[in-house]
Design a protein around this ligand. Structure first.
Ligand code: ZN
Length: 110
């Protein structure tokens, strides 16, 4: 029997530091349109890096760089964000497509 899981927003000091407002983004590959993951974006502003601890779902291939598992397009570089000591992917410009989705829709990808 399948159990229904839902995505719950992660609330911690990182989220609080960004104003306590978050949304979920469906991330797809700019190159092939392939699904890459569901990401929790905390606070306003552009998506420049994705913190690994905010990827609720991830199909991203991760090594020294991050790439699409389908077309192998490199979407960014793995970094350690020094200010908070958090692992992240620094995204290349126009490497991914972002779409805001509801927690209900995001949970379909679990
Ligand atoms: Zn791709």
């Amino acid at each position: 029997m399948a159990t229904k899981k839902t995505i719950a927003f992660k609330k911690d000091e990182y989220q609080a530091a960004r104003g306590g407002h978050s949304r979920l983004l469906k991330i797809t590959c700019e190159g092939c349109g392939g699904f890459l993951g569901v990401y929790q974006k905390d606070g306003p502003g552009h998506l420049r890096r994705m913190y690994i601890d905010r990827l609720h779902v991830s199909k991203i291939r991760q090594g020294a760089s991050a790439s699409c598992p389908k077309c192998e397009r490199v979407i960014g570089t793995k970094i350690q964000y020094k200010k908070e000591d958090r692992s992240a992917i620094r995204l290349y410009v126009d490497s991914v497509v972002k779409e805001t989705i509801s927690a209900k829709d995001a949970s379909k990808y679990l």
